[in-house]
Ligand binder design. Structure first.
Ligand code: ZN
Length: 438
């Protein structure tokens, strides 16, 4: 397959997507602007024979093909209109992958092989594998090498229909390598036509040189890394891995407090391997809490009242060979806003495919296909606080659109291990032309 980019088009030109068998607009039936929960997660706002008119990277009009054809821009006979005929296809907002770790250099094949012979995540970390195994590659790499790795990950994501990606640092684990990782994310975001949201995850694990004194590493994060990332506008969010073997709740609070003090958004990896009480994190108003495999019933009730999204990452459970998956039904039925993301990373989730995540969510977490699509688009945008621009196909929003070879939206979660995405529009740039070329 050969991604192909057309970033420049003539002035006054437009793109007209027509005849979508099902256009999933995800427009809000209630007009609400918060994350979707409960029954709202089953409403895709489907238009049959749907069309979308796009100009200057923004959506101008949405409706049936007949309705959109009457738009004044088309009546005024613009210099150039590129029509994309979507007969027999499903068109939806591009996926928002709100949790990825793309700044690494090599796959972790030793970990993979060890795990397939029975070793656990924690046993592998104890043996020097795990997150620390990616550290050397990132510390030694030149920024340009990291940029290349990130862009190739982003290109793959676009090929699967993803248009917005949150990118975390977190394999550098010292000041220089974390800042280099964030700079690489920034450069990659300039080279890729989609939208990238950078996150500082220096608090991924404690690096070996601070193993005897983890609080010193926490101090460096709070006093050096966060202020610098904020000052240079290298990160929108700060993330922390709250877990046995990573950071304690108290250390995590120190880090999140520093983030809030520097006007950065906050998010956390929590309840992945062991249960944790969430209230000490919720006081920082996180945009999202991620993994949530071990969330308690009391915390589900608490989250149902908040706009903090719970981002579930079933591809990690799949790859780790776990029997248990994140409790999506408990969360959705409890009124919590749920998002889905890939957790793309070399250790626990080496996939760039949101359609695979949809499949895992439906087969292993018993989400409905509609719930999974809302979680992978609009609620993903909420997890990045970008729902004003992303996550639905509505006039005024960014022209982020995925076109799938499917006649029914349920097929998006039904086919797995194959790519049925045929075209992706990233901020109005027609990026991936798939088809049968591979
Ligand atoms: Zn993660």
């Amino acid at each position: 397959m050969s991604p192909q980019s057309e970033s420049k088009r003539p002035d006054g030109s437009a793109i007209l997507v027509t005849h979508a068998m099902q256009l999933l607009t995800l427009r809000s039936a209630s007009g609400g602007t918060g994350p979707r929960r409960g029954a709202q997660m089953r409403d895709l706002g489907i238009v049959a024979d749907g069309a979308v008119l796009i100009s200057d990277g923004k959506i101008l009009a949405v409706g049936t093909t007949d309705e959109v054809a009457k738009h004044e821009l088309l009546a005024s006979k613009p210099a150039h209109v590129e029509e994309i005929d979507c007969s027999g296809k499903v068109v939806l907002p591009g996926f928002v992958d709100s949790h990825t770790h793309p700044v690494f250099t090599t796959p972790r094949l030793i970990d993979f092989e060890k795990r397939s012979s029975g070793a656990s995540y924690e046993e592998i970390a104890e043996a020097g594998g795990g997150i620390r195994a990616s550290l050397r590659g990132v510390r030694d790499a030149r920024t340009e090498e990291l940029v290349q790795h990130i862009v190739s990950g982003l290109d793959e994501m676009a090929a699967y229909g993803t248009t917005t990606v949150e990118c975390k640092s977190g394999y550098g684990l010292n000041f220089a390598a974390e800042m280099k990782s964030l700079e690489a994310i920034r450069e990659a975001s300039h080279q890729w036509p989609g939208t990238v949201v950078p996150t500082l995850l220096a608090a991924h694990v404690v690096p070996p040189e601070h193993r005897e004194n983890p609080d010193e590493y926490v101090r460096i994060i709070c006093e050096d890394m966060i202020p610098t990332a904020a000052k240079l506008k290298l990160a929108s969010f700060v993330d922390v891995f709250v877990e046995r073997g990573a950071f304690t709740m108290e250390q995590s609070q120190r880090i999140l407090r520093s983030a809030v003090d520097h006007n950065l958004g906050v998010r956390a990896h929590v309840c992945q391997l062991t249960p944790a009480q969430l209230s000490p994190l919720l006081e920082f108003h996180p945009a999202s809490l991620d993994h949530m495999d071990f969330v308690s019933d009391e915390d589900v009730a608490l989250l149902a009242k908040l706009d903090t999204v719970s981002t579930l990452l079933p591809a990690a459970n799949y790859f780790l060979g776990l029997d248990k998956f994140p409790p999506a039904r408990k969360l959705v039925d409890g009124g919590v806003a749920v998002a889905l993301a890939t957790d793309y990373n070399p250790g626990t989730s080496p996939t760039t495919s949101m359609p695979f995540v949809l499949s895992a969510a439906c087969t292993h977490m018993k989400m409905s296909p509609a719930e999974a699509i809302v979680a992978a688009t609009y609620n993903g945008a909420c997890a990045l606080r970008l729902q004003g621009r992303k996550g639905s196909i509505e006039p005024g929003k960014d022209a982020d659109i995925a076109i799938f070879e499917a006649e029914d939206y349920r097929e998006l979660a039904y086919w797995f291990g194959v790519n049925r995405c045929r075209q992706t529009l990233l901020n109005g740039t027609v990026y991936f032309q798939g088809g049968n070329s591979h």
